[in-house]
Ligand binder design. Structure first.
Ligand code: BG6
Length: 477
């Protein structure tokens, strides 16, 4: 594998939740796996009010890796990673400490290392950091990783893109969606386009409905301020679920390079009909309004189920159902494609027909199953549901796997934008959501540990059914 060029990586929000849980442990895992550049430095940054010394930042990193990392912070690998860390505070009116540390890191590496800025900060802060990167000249030749939310509606998404583009041209912008870095999500492309078994049936002639279901058991976990402003539709649907939908629905790209791949994804977004508020169920879990920091009359949704349509030759008439919510009964990430029944029922007493499907579980490490009907052993011709299952864990050595964030940070260093979202795609998604954002359907309460508001969520998908929980036999059965 090609290793990236020498790099100085600057993490803004270096002591925040995301950096602590994902970015620092992820960078160390990449370093220990020999995937980072041979020569690199990581400069942590935060406003002066949260400034720390290099030694404190190294301690923070050690703690972060020990708590959240797959690879423990020890031995030679840790020593050399630790030696590459430093900290430089930056405020819009005083970026000097950061400039000094970036310069020191570049001098230590020699030559002209690349710069990669990871904006692990809330939207308002990322706007001011981008301005600072432009004003100080740091942005020159650098790449930037931007975290969601990419705006909150079409107008704000356009404004955010305008601010970003005033400093970084699109070829240097990496909008990160960690679902796209998951092995089992990228595998959708392999499953669809590398296999004679699946490729020919992946269309409206053979598939009658698609569902992408991402229930979560966690609540808002102390993120009241973020969640009150964001809600499940913006936090999960606009980003993760619709991104996954684009991989399920896209036409075969001319190649897997960023250009053709992202063109095909954007074509899916263009073919998506505006989301009809009548096809959306919004829920809020009971007790949400009592969470610290949540308004007592909050109208923020913690659950969304909705139906979208992709109006093109491949998918016309095939509904796509999306569901995600907090405080639900299970934490799962599942795509299920219902297969059309063959034209004639020739098996007497066959009441189980109609559940044929391809199921993709994309929770790490994930599995794929084909659900079909088989003859039940015995003298009579009776059918019974059966399944064929591929499991990542059984087939591949997981130790080679990278976590979503790790894979994407590595891609950003290599300059490969294929798995990152593009500004026109984001804007189009917001455009399809504009009716929904202006006329959201009423909120419906649901019990913690349930499957969301009922019967609304079941009615939405009828005559189909959610694969979870009823559709699932025990995975090993
Ligand atoms: C994040 C959302 O992007 O994704 C969270 O902000 C959500 O609300 C999380 O819980 C889910 O991702 P994962 O990888 O933890 O399943």
């Amino acid at each position: 594998m090609t290793r990236p060029d020498p790099h100085v990586v600057v993490i803004f929000g270096a002591t925040g939740d995301l950096a602590t849980r994902k970015l620092i442990p992820g960078l160390f895992h990449l370093a220990a796996a020999g995937l980072l550049p041979e020569n690199y430095r990581v400069v942590g940054s935060a406003p002066a009010s949260a400034a720390m010394s290099d030694a404190d930042f190294r301690d923070h990193a050690h703690e972060a890796v020990a708590t959240y990392g797959l690879t423990q912070p020890a031995g030679k690998a840790w020593k050399s990673f630790e030696a590459a860390l430093s900290f430089g505070a930056a405020d819009p009116d005083n970026p000097e400490p950061l400039l000094t540390k970036v310069k020191a890191a570049e001098d230590a590496l020699g030559g002209r290392p690349r710069r990669l800025f990871h904006l692990a900060v809330p939207p308002a802060a990322s706007r001011s950091v981008i301005g600072m990167l432009g004003a100080t000249g740091l942005a020159k030749n650098g790449r930037v990783i931007v975290e969601k939310p990419f705006g909150t509606d079409l107008a704000s998404a356009r404004e955010l893109n305008r601010i970003i583009h005033s400093v970084f041209d699109e070829s240097r912008v990496f909008r990160i969606d960690h679902f796209l870095g998951k092995e089992s999500v990228e595998n959708i492309l392999a499953l669809r386009f590398a296999n004679g078994l699946f490729e020919p049936i992946w269309n409206r002639d053979h598939i009658s409905a698609v569902q992408i279901d991402v229930p979560e058991t966690i609540g808002i976990e102390g993120r009241a301020q973020f969640f009150e402003e964001t809600g499940t539709f913006r936090d999960m649907l606009v980003t993760h679920l619709i991104q996954v939908l684009s991989l399920v629905a896209m036409e075969p790209p001319a190649s897997l390079e960023a250009g053709p791949l992202r063109d095909e994804k954007v074509k899916v977004f263009r073919a998506m009909r505006p989301i009809d508020p009548a096809h959306v169920v919004r829920g809020q879990y009971e007790g949400y309004r009592e969470e610290p920091g949540v308004a007592p009359d909050s109208a923020t949704e913690t659950f969304v189920a909705m139906r979208v349509e992709v109006d093109n030759r491949r998918w016309a008439g095939v509904p796509f159902y999306l569901r995600s919510g907090k405080s639900l009964a299970q934490r799962r990430q599942v795509i299920s494609l219902s297969l059309r029944e063959p034209p004639l029922r020739m098996f007497p007493g066959d009441e189980t027909a109609g559940d044929d499907s391809i199921v993709i579980d994309f929770g790490d490490p994930g599995w794929i199953a084909a659900r079909f009907l088989a003859k039940k052993p015995g003298p009579a011709m009776h059918l019974s549901p059966a399944r064929m299952t591929f499991r990542y864990g059984d087939t591949f050595r997981e130790k080679n796997a990278l976590e979503g964030y790790e894979r994407l940070i590595l891609d950003a260093m290599l300059g490969d934008q294929a798995l990152f979202t593009r500004s026109d795609g984001i804007e189009r998604i917001w455009e399809t959501a504009s009716d929904l954002l202006t006329n959201p359907p009423p909120l419906q309460p649901y019990a913690v540990g349930s499957w969301g508001p009922e019967p609304a969520a079941t009615d939405l998908i009828a005559p189909y059914r959610w694969y979870l929980p009823e559709g699932e036999e025990k995975p090993d059965s």
